[in-house]
Design a protein around this ligand. Structure first.
Ligand SMILES: [Zn+2]
Length: 222
């Protein structure tokens, strides 16, 4: 008579369980691969966006220098100010990584996240990062600082221009799905539903326009 030991029953059960999970495991692996691809694509896109801010500001300086004197410090300040609004809001996450239980991966994931893909984090970290981002993308705040520009050293004026250029570009290159920029913060969080910077054809058009701008500056240099 054929008997089945408890051990062989367990093995049989595990085999049945694995067989039933097989397709699901493949689905999870595919989802993970797709997710990793999306994260890498978002990170690349984010870097392309930040680089474009610096390149547009550089082109703006090249153009403005033909009309007004801009010092090296002023030009460097403008470039830094043109990318800073996309970095300062990471400070709370870096602090969470340094003194809390956050990680470098959380900072990177947040930096390249589109809405809904941010890593879980303490409310205080998330809220302070969010409001810092809004603060530095607000025409109201930039306007208030600009109102006191004459009390600032002249070398800082180009930095203000770089900041304004960042806000102006972002206002039209973010959409309702991709962090529409609240340019009237703190009065409203509403933003313009423009063309998202990570739309493939827009990235191509943006960099083509940059190539034209820099090409024109190069060809018309004196
Ligand atoms: Zn920005």
């Amino acid at each position: 008579m054929h008997t089945t030991s408890p051990t062989s029953m367990l093995v049989d059960d595990e085999l049945v369980l694995l067989a039933s999970l097989g397709p699901r495991i493949h689905v999870v692996e595919d989802e993970t691969r797709a997710r990793q691809f999306e994260v890498r694509r978002a990170r690349r896109g984010r870097l392309m966006d930040i680089l474009a801010h610096a390149l547009w500001t550089g082109a703006g300086i090249g153009f403005a220098k033909r009309r007004v004197a801009i010092s090296r410090v002023g030009a460097a300040g403008a470039i830094v100010a043109s990318v800073l609004p996309d970095f300062v809001h990471l400070i709370p996450l870096v602090a969470w990584w340094a003194v809390g239980d956050g990680s470098a991966g959380d900072v990177l994931r947040y930096a390249s996240a589109v809405p809904g893909t941010e890593p879980p984090m303490p409310i205080l970290v998330g809220e302070s990062a969010h409001h810092l981002h809004c603060f530095l993308h607000s025409a109201v705040i930039a306007g208030a600082v600009t109102a006191f520009a004459r009390f600032l050293p002249r070398d800082l004026w180009p930095a203000l221009a770089g900041w304004w250029l960042h806000i102006a570009i972002d206002a039209f290159t973010h959409s309702a799905d991709v962090h529409a920029v609240p340019i009237l913060y703190p009065f409203t969080m509403a933003g313009f539903d423009g063309i998202a910077w990570n739309t493939p054809w827009f990235v191509a058009a943006n960099y083509s326009a940059l190539a034209l701008a820099w090409g024109w500056l190069y060809c018309t240099r004196s």
